[in-house]
Design a protein around this ligand. Structure first.
Ligand SMILES: Nc1nc2c(c(=O)[nH]1)N[C@H]1C(S)=C(S)[C@@H](COP(=O)(O)OP(=O)(O)OC[C@H]3O[C@@H](n4cnc5c(=O)[nH]c(N)nc54)[C@H](O)[C@@H]3O)O[C@H]1N2
Ligand SMILES: Nc1nc2c(c(=O)[nH]1)N[C@H]1C(S)=C(S)[C@@H](COP(=O)(O)OP(=O)(O)OC[C@H]3O[C@@H](n4cnc5c(=O)[nH]c(N)nc54)[C@H](O)[C@@H]3O)O[C@H]1N2
Ligand SMILES: [Mo]
Length: 763
């Protein structure tokens, strides 16, 4: 089998489906989280670690990027944060004998869950050409293998350097410096698959690719929170506490989602008495069950209704703000006036009463925050959709004042910081200029490859060295079989990782795994104990310090690995003080403070409890660094996914028991699925029409210009999702996502809108 994924991921004979939960978190949530940590990390170690989680002198949660409040609760973590910690703080270890007994050909047949359960990586290992085993290698020899490969390249652009969003600011800054010193901007990252569409739309609309709100805008100020294309109960559980606070002060919530996600209905706050014994707080006041991919049409229709209402009353739009700060409204209005109501109804699956109810909420609210995540960013029309959300905010001046703004909720805990540090294949000229001055070299100016283009370049034989700091490239990317083929063709792959994953067992012709410290661990270098820094989803930068002894003596920090490698590869002629950076991370922060805007006086400011917030001109002073210095309305064409008869549109989502490609367990408690992951959620109306029974076994077959792709043996679960839509878990569904099916402009895989058919399996 040449496939990237094992044919049958799990033994689903035990799969058990019950009705979905009505309320999120509460005591069961915390108990689940604690059980995981205490089982894997031991009781004393586990408790000590959890108490440091998200505290001002502790470490930043390796889970999501939701910010910490100013005064963190003593246990400022959630069930899923606890699971992320357990995954890293586990007492299980992969010793050298592991690879001797498990050839790669055997490991490829294992599930992602099994691979993750083997424990922490402890020593560098190398697989030479065509060997079937990884074997231990010294750090020096590992760096030499990479240096020799670099020396053999015809051009620096034959190398690509991937980053996942857990990497600290310090490591990210050095990593991009190393890549650019080598001469390439090939810095693909997980953000390319995540919030790239948000960045593209926000940059165009307001001149900065980041969200414009702070936590208190949500908890203390806003009248209306719109949660669209996001499942916070599972993926950002601490956000529910903020929503609860807002609700208790009278804010309203509109949820827009094809699925009635549990966390958007009722929340039982485990940190409050009422959450422990009471019924919990009802969250969404209005739920719009939209069809997958219908948000562009919805926001266009809402914007149209707002301008119509303003024509009648003159006070619906914020004319003062529009006149002073925006451009492009006339063109946008023309597009809204052309909107065809029938097309809106077909795209959204919503009637005019439902859309009208949303507009009433909007007009009644003096301030609005829109929160969104992957439900908006992973479609072909994602960038226009998010531009349309920005149109919506601009119409009523909902930016740059308390309680108002855009809140793209980031995924990985430091994915936003990595971008700020220069992990991007097309950093702006101003950044490259500052880097050039600080380090006295000529950085490459040609834009590099993003994630999808890196896979294409691998398939074309143009990549000879692929290195990844964190992440799981083979499993997270689309078109798993083609991507596996692409990776296997690369002469050398290098993975800096904490845990074993699919990418290690889909190796290049030669392959290295370099084990590193995680967030939870103490990092001691020549100058003493070090800390690192991260930036959350709301541009707060703060320190993170681990408190556990390293999982194994041979582990190195990401900073140490990058410094050691750079020194070896760039050689003695390179004047960058890599040893000094390695010895004392203060010296890295000093460089960052001179290169990256907003980091002036970094060392002192990051020492204050809670850290500091980065400047955001639209948020702080309604200043917009766009092409004309104004916030930009855009005219967007209505772009709807067409689904042929008998087909469904599949979105690929996370269960409650995973962090991206890391599978913590086989349950999705809130959706009522236990002991299995190969399920596909479909509305019973559609099942009736298709003549397929609830509980039937089907193959998922995606249809694309270049042919069909198949993911075998899924169990059908009748579920109250929007008509015409289906949902199934990622990464099992990634073999179905065609490499070329990406969002316009951002090139993000459109993994939330894949046209499929269900093919019943006999037996
Ligand atoms: N525990 C845990 N936490 C995580 C992660 C994890 O895997 N586990 N992953 C982290 C990462 S990297 C990220 S990016 C975030 C992801 O956070 P989310 O974006 O919440 O994650 P998904 O599971 O992809 O859920 C997408 C949501 O959008 C909805 N949706 C899908 N298509 C549409 C659409 O067309 N329109 C609308 N309105 N809604 C739609 C889905 O029904 C679902 O509720 O979470 C981060 N936090
Ligand atoms: N179909 C589909 N595909 C998707 C998505 C989807 O919704 N649907 N979501 C996309 C999104 S939003 C994202 S962000 C990507 C995620 O893509 P990635 O970021 O590449 O994947 P992760 O699963 O988060 O990476 C997990 C691995 O990171 C390593 N790791 C964990 N902690 C550390 C650390 O501290 N240091 C180092 N060096 N390594 C560490 C471990 O080895 C672990 O196996 O997937 C994308 N792919
Ligand atoms: Mo993400």
């Amino acid at each position: 089998m040449t496939k990237g994924a094992p044919e049958h991921d799990y033994d689903d004979s035990e799969l058990n489906v019950r009705s979905p939960k009505r309320a999120a978190a509460g005591v069961p949530g915390v108990v689940h989280g604690l059980r995981d940590v205490l089982d894997q990390a031991g009781v004393r170690r586990g408790t000590k670690t959890l108490l440091a989680l998200n505290q001002q002198r502790g470490f930043d949660c390796p889970g999501c990027a939701w910010p910490e409040p100013d005064k963190p609760h003593l246990a400022e973590f959630c069930e899923n944060g606890a699971k992320a910690v357990a995954e890293e703080a586990t007492l299980r270890r992969i010793g050298t004998e592991f690879f001797a007994t498990h050839p790669i050909s055997d490991l490829t047949t294992k599930t992602d869950y099994w691979l993750g359960q083997q424990g922490r990586l402890t020593t560098p290992v190398f697989r030479d050409t065509d060997g079937d085993h990884y074997r231990p290698i010294s750090w020096d020899d590992a760096f030499s293998v990479i240096a020799d490969e670099v020396a053999s390249l015809d051009r620096p652009d034959q190398a690509a350097f991937y980053t996942s969003g857990r990497t600290s600011n310090e490591a990210a800054f050095l990593y991009q410096l190393f890549a650019r010193k080598l001469g390439t901007n090939n810095l693909p990252d997980c953000s390319n698959m995540c919030h790239e569409s948000s960045g593209a739309a926000l940059n165009e609309a307001i001149g900065i690719g980041k969200g414009s709100v702070t936590l208190t805008d949500i908890t203390d100020h806003t009248d209306l929170i719109v949660v669209v294309g996001q499942n916070p109960g599972t993926n950002h559980p601490r956000m529910l506490s903020a929503l609860e606070e807002a609700k208790r002060r009278g804010a309203r919530i509109v949820a827009i989602n094809p699925l009635p996600e549990t966390g958007l209905r009722t929340f039982k706050n485990p940190q409050k008495v009422r959450g422990v014994i009471g019924k919990g707080t009802p969250l969404a006041d209005l739920f719009l069950q939209i069809r997958v991919g219908g948000d562009l049409a919805l926001f266009q229709a809402v914007n149209r209704l707002l301008i119509d209402a303003d024509e009648r009353t003159g006070d619906v739009l914020d004319h003062e703000f529009i006149d002073a700060h925006t451009s492009g409204l006339d063109d946008a209005m023309a597009a809204w006036r052309d909107l065809d109501p029938a097309a809106v109804a077909a795209a959204t699956g919503l009637n005019s009463r439902q859309i009208g109810a949303f507009v009433d909420e909007v007009i009644a609210a003096n301030s609005i925050v829109v929160c969104w995540a992957m439900g908006l960013t992973q479609h072909k029309n994602s960038v226009p959709t998010i531009r349309e959300v920005m149109n919506f905010l601009l119409l009523r001046g909902n930016i740059g004042r308390p309680g108002a703004g855009a809140c793209p909720v980031r995924g990985h805990s430091n994915v936003q910081g990595d971008r700020t540090m220069g992990i991007w294949e097309k950093m702006p000229e101003s950044f490259l200029d500052a880097l050039a001055t600080e380090f006295d070299f000529t950085p490459p100016r040609e834009p590099g490859l993003d994630t999808v283009d890196t896979i294409r370049a691998m398939l074309d034989g143009k990549i000879r060295l692929f290195m990844a700091v964190g992440g799981n490239f083979a499993a997270a990317t689309p078109d798993s079989d083609r991507t596996a083929e692409a990776l296997r063709a690369v002469p050398l792959t290098v993975h800096v990782s904490t845990k074993l994953n699919r990418s290690h067992v889909v190796p290049g012709r030669r392959s290295l795994i370099l084990p590193c410290l995680g967030r939870t661990e103490i990092d001691v270098q020549a100058a003493g104990k070090q800390f690192v820094t991260v930036e959350d989803s709301m541009s707060m930068v703060h320190a993170s310090r681990g408190n556990l002894p390293p999982a194994a003596p041979e582990l190195r920090s990401e900073v140490a690995i990058i410094c050691g490698l750079a020194r070896r590869v760039l050689g003695p002629d390179d004047t960058t003080p890599w040893e000094q950076f390695n010895a004392d991370y203060t010296t890295i922060r000093e460089r960052i403070s001179r290169v990256v805007p907003g980091f002036e006086d970094f060392e002192r400011r990051v020492a204050t409890p809670g850290g500091f917030v980065l400047p955001h001109p639209p948020r702080d002073e309604r200043r917009f660094a766009t092409i004309d210095g104004k916030a930009r309305f855009t005219a967007n064409e209505l772009d709807v996914v067409t689904v042929p008869p008998g087909r469904l549109i599949l979105q690929t989502i996370r269960s409650h028991d995973q962090f991206n490609t890391t599978i913590y367990g086989l349950d999705d408690r809130y959706r009522g699925v236990f002991n299995g992951r190969r399920v596909v959620f479909v509305s019973h109306h559609d099942l009736d029409e298709l003549g397929i029974a609830d509980g039937a076994s089907v193959d998922l077959v995606s249809e694309w210009k270049d042919g069909e792709r198949r993911a075998p043996a899924f169990r059908v679960v009748a579920f109250p999702t929007a008509r015409g839509c289906a949902a199934a878990y990622y990464p099992e569904t990634n073999p179905l996502v065609p490499l070329d099916h990406t969002a316009d402009i951002s090139n993000t895989p459109a993994s939330k809108s894949v046209v499929i058919r269900l093919e019943p399996v006999a037996g």
